[in-house]
Design a binder for this molecule. Structure first.
Ligand SMILES: *Cc1c(COP(=O)(O)O)cnc(C)c1O
Length: 355
C-alpha cells in the first residue's frame, strides 16, 4: 500500500468524521393525524445532495480496488449532482476530474463542478454520456468511475451508517418507528437498492416504493420485467429517470413503483415550499407525489403508519427551471390545478388529481 493511498483513504474518512448526520424532518398533514411523514434532508451535505454519500463510497471503492492512484484523472458520466460531489472529493485528493454531462444540465450544477476545480464536458444526446466517458478515460489513461454500474455495490447495504441505517436509527423514538413505506426515485438506482436490501436484511416490514418520472426506462422495465427497455432523450426531472435501465437498478428489492407526471413533480415542490418554508429540487417533488398516492390509499383503508422520503437536493439549483414561471410556461406546464390538488389533500385528505 502506497503512502499516497493511505493518505487518500484517511482524507475521505476524516471528511466523514467532520460531517454530522442529515436531519429527519417531520411534516404534519392536518388531514392524516394517524400517518406520520418524514423527509430525510440530504440537501445539507457539504456538496448539497444525497450524491455526497455516493461519491464518498465510489471513491473509497475505487481506491480500495486499486483503480485510482496518485494523479489518476477521474471521469464520470452524470446528470450533474454526482459530478458535483465527485469534483469535491477529487479536489480533496488532488486528482483531475472531468464530468461528462448532457448539455441540458443546469448552469448552477456546472458552476458548482467548476468551483471544485472539475471540468465539464457537455454532450447533446444524454444517451452518449457513457461511451464518451469511456473514450475520455481511455485517452487520458484515467478511471471512468461509472456510478450507474457501481452505485449498488459501492454502498455498504448491510449498515455502516448508510442512508437506510441512519433513517431507522433516527426513527427510533417516533410513534411508529418502522415506516410502512420508504419512497425514493431512481437515478443510478443505488438508493433504492440500499433501502430494499437493508429492510430485508434487517427483517423490517417496511416496503420500498420507487417513483419514476416521464421519459424513463425504469418503470416500463419494472412492470414488464424487460431489462432492455430504453427511451429517447433525458427525463424532465434532474437526478432521476434514465434513458436505459441502469445496472445499479435492482427491481427485485422494490415493492412498488409509481409513474409520476412531470408537472405533478414541479407543482409538488411549489406546494412543499408553502408547507416546509423552503425550496427543494424536482426529484423531491416526484417523491412527494408518490407519498400522496400511498397516503391516500392508507387513509382509504383506515391504516395508520409512517412514511419516510427524502429531500434529495436543494431548490436553489433550479431557480431558472422548476421555480421559473417563464420556464414552466415555455414547457407548457400548468402547475396551478396540481397545486390545488395538493392543498386539498393536505387539508381534507381528499386526493383528486386534475382531470
Ligand atoms: C441521484 C439522484 C436521485 C436518485 O438517487 P440514486 O441513488 O442515484 O437512484 C434523486 N434525486 C437527485 C437530485 C439525485 O441527484
Amino acid at each position: 500500500m502506497t503512502s499516497w493511498l493511505m493518505q487518500a483513504i484517511r482524507k475521505i474518512e476524516a471528511d466523514f468524521n467532520r460531517s454530522s448526520d442529515t436531519h429527519l424532518i417531520p411534516l404534519v398533514l392536518p388531514a392524516a393525524p394517524g400517518i406520520q411523514l418524514y423527509f430525510k434532508d440530504e440537501s445539507t451535505h457539504p456538496t448539497g445532495s444525497l450524491k455526497h454519500r455516493l461519491a464518498r463510497s465510489l471513491f473509497l471503492y475505487a481506491l480500495s480496488n486499486g483503480w485510482i492512484k496518485q494523479g489518476t484523472p477521474v471521469i464520470e458520466a452524470s446528470s450533474g449532482s454526482t459530478a458535483v460531489s465527485e469534483a469535491y472529493f477529487a479536489r480533496l485528493l488532488g486528482l483531475p476530474f472531468i464530468a461528462v454531462m448532457p448539455a441540458s444540465t443546469s448552469c448552477e450544477k456546472i458552476r458548482a463542478i467548476e468551483f471544485y476545480g472539475g471540468r465539464c464536458h457537455l454532450v447533446d444526446d444524454p444517451a452518449t454520456i457513457y461511451d464518451e466517458s469511456q473514450r475520455l478515460a481511455r485517452e487520458l489513461n484515467g478511471h471512468y468511475m461509472d456510478q450507474f454500474t457501481y452505485a449498488e455495490r459501492a454502498t455498504d447495504w448491510r449498515g455502516n451508517n448508510n442512508i437506510a441505517d441512519t433513517i431507522f436509527r433516527q426513527m427510533a423514538l417516533e410513534p411508529q418507528p418502522e415506516p410502512s413505506w420508504i419512497v425514493c426515485g431512481a437515478g443510478t438506482g443505488g438508493t433504492s437498492a440500499t433501502f430494499g436490501r437493508y429492510v430485508r436484511y434487517q427483517q423490517k416490514q417496511t416496503q420500498v416504493c420507487v417513483v419514476d418520472p416521464e421519459n424513463s426506462a425504469f418503470y416500463a422495465s419494472y412492470v414488464s420485467g424487460d431489462a432492455h427497455c430504453s427511451c429517447e432523450g433525458g427525463s424532465g426531472v434532474e437526478g432521476i429517470g434514465r434513458p436505459r435501465v441502469e445496472p445499479s437498478f435492482i427491481p427485485t428489492v422494490i415493492d412498488h413503483m409509481i409513474r409520476v407526471p412531470n408537472v405533478a413533480s414541479y407543482a409538488a415542490i411549489h406546494f412543499l415550499e408553502e408547507v416546509l418554508g423552503r425550496k427543494c429540487g424536482g426529484s423531491t417533488g416526484t417523491n412527494f407525489y408518490g407519498v400522496c398516492l400511498l397516503m391516500a390509499d392508507m387513509l382509504q383503508r383506515g391504516e395508520q403508519g409512517s412514511i419516510v422520503t427524502m429531500i434529495c437536493d436543494d431548490g436553489s439549483r433550479y431557480l431558472n427551471s422548476y421555480y421559473s414561471a417563464d420556464w414552466l410556461a415555455a414547457g407548457g406546464h400548468d402547475i396551478q390545478p396540481w397545486l390545488l390538488s395538493y392543498r386539498r389533500f393536505f387539508h381534507d385528505g381528499v386526493w383528486q388529481p386534475p382531470q
